[in-house]
Design a protein around this ligand. Structure first.
Ligand code: ARG
Length: 465
């Protein structure tokens, strides 16, 4: 392939070698090649339909591009930094392969609308894969929730024992976070699905192009409505990065709990050996490396979001070379996120609950104190007074290092005469969770109902949502 720059007409001196390497993006943007070719084929077909190219010229271009696509796929294509980026590498190879006609492909087009199109096509596919991976994780969560619908553990606020909850309910909380994440991606994908091609460098083109046709060939909803905006904004990438950051933040929170729960002090769960590693010095160690790494990787993704926001913030219209910097953060976001979701979905089914330890922990910390207050309210005492009475009962339990249910009926009646022997039904863990039986409550029956509602909603999500 000749190394002559495709834009060198007005230049009399060659590019400095360091500048060439500094400005090139082909080392990373070659990943967009299949989408670049897809976009070029659609563009060529539109040009032929509009009689801007002859049908023979179009056929030659399409055949040439298809051959190049195969070469790239098979790793036979030679990428050259002298040709700067994926777009010019492919165009130069096309001209080398089919001759003069190759030079006509770029009619009515610029790399500015080309690259904006390529990234959208690529990200559209990646978002579908991410949504499918999210669904896998969510399915695994529903399976655990089903198995552990009646398993009781302490629920925390401020990481202090608050009220008993069911483990199934806890898994459904995670499920809901990811449900919103999936809908954020769907929203973002819909907004992104507009086609920049036809915007050319920035102002549009003088050829009689048919943007509706190109858009429909590439399955875009419509052409972008403003050429300056089309080549310039990367808000779709930022929006995706924000959605990706939230997914990673959610996975990081889940990981944090998995890490805590698998410590000797909690002992609520064990993760399979295949997702943990040992210590080179302490023989007893089984470290939850996978969740720890996920918690760590969330920082990278949030960092990429900040990078993209900062990249955009001072750019005047329209295209600026700054935008070339959008790719590495985006690529790394997608790769990290997909890898994380894949390993999370594989790890979850290995989670084993230590129901005894969870129960023991729920019995500590006076988790049913609110239930006693609610009991007093049902017997006619105002909530604020009930709160005060139970506070004094709690103080006695703390002093005697016992649970509320360990106190005798006489002792309890010393605090309030409305207390009868049925109080013990409410002081048990089972009584406490079963009583919270409304939409969104922790009662095992509600958890089972929520799972039954969630399953079809998950199945109904089309592959790309
Ligand atoms: N490699 C460039 C990018 O990633 C492609 C567009 C270059 N356009 C230009 N006028 N230099 O943004």
């Amino acid at each position: 392939m000749s190394d002559k720059k495709l834009w060198s007409g007005r230049f009399s001196e060659p590019t400095d070698q360091f500048v060439e390497a500094f400005t090139a993006s082909v080392t990373f943007d070659q990943r967009l090649a299949p989408y670049d070719i897809q976009g070029s084929i659609a563009h060529a077909r539109m040009l032929a339909r509009q009689k801007i190219l002859t049908q023979t010229e179009c056929d030659d271009i399409v055949t040439g591009l298809e051959t190049i696509a195969t070469q790239i796929e098979q790793g036979e294509f030679v990428w050259s930094v002298a040709h700067e980026d994926v777009h010019m590498n492919i165009e130069a190879a096309l001209t080398e392969a089919i001759g003069e006609t190759g030079k006509k492909l770029h009619t009515g087009r610029s790399r500015n609308d080309q690259v904006a199109t390529d990234i959208r096509l690529w990200l559209r596919d990646e978002m579908q894969a991410i949504c499918a991976a999210l669904r896998q994780v969510q399915g695994a969560l529903l399976d655990i929730a089903e198995r552990e619908a009646g398993t009781i553990l302490p629920g925390f606020t401020h990481l202090q024992t608050a009220q008993p909850v069911t483990f199934g309910h806890h898994m459904l909380a995670w499920f809901e976070m990811l449900q919103r994440d999936a809908s954020r991606l769907t929203d973002c994908a819909a907004r992104m699905n507009q086609m920049p091609l036809g915007a050319a460098a920035l102002a549009g083109t003088t050829y009689p192009i048919d943007r509706q046709l190109t858009a429909s060939l590439l399955h875009f909803t419509a052409p972008c409505r403003n050429s300056l905006d089309a080549v310039s904004d990367r808000d779709f990438a930022i929006e995706f990065s924000a959605a990706a950051s939230l997914i990673m933040v959610h996975l990081s929170r889940m990981s944090e709990e998995l890490i805590l729960w698998s410590s000797a002090q909690f002992s609520f769960i064990t993760l399979s050996d295949s997702f943990c590693t040992g210590s080179s010095i302490m023989p007893q160690k089984k470290n939850p490396d996978v969740p720890e790494l996920i918690r760590g990787k969330s920082g990278r993704i949030v960092g990429h979001l900040i990078a993209l926001l900062t990249l955009m913030k001072a750019q005047p219209l329209a295209y600026n070379k700054d935008n070339q910097e959008d790719k590495e953060p985006l690529f790394d976001t997608v790769d990290t996120l997909r890898g994380t979701l894949k390993i999370f979905a594989a790890m979850l089914p290995t989670l084993v609950c230590n129901r005894t330890a969870m129960r023991r922990a729920a019995q500590q910390g006076l988790a049913t104190a609110t239930d006693l207050a609610d009991y007093l309210v049902r017997k006619g005492i105002a909530f604020r007074d009930a709160h005060d009475i139970v506070g004094r009962v709690v103080a006695q339990c703390v002093q005697e290092d016992c649970d509320l249910a360990d106190l005798s009926l006489e002792t309890l009646q010393g605090y309030s005469t409305v207390i009868k022997s049925d109080v013990y039904d409410y002081l048990t863990l089972e009584g406490s969770v079963a009583a919270r039986c409304h939409i969104g409550g922790t009662a095992p029956d509600q958890v089972r109902q929520a799972i039954a509602d969630a399953r079809p909603s998950l199945a109904a999500r089309t592959p790309d949502t």
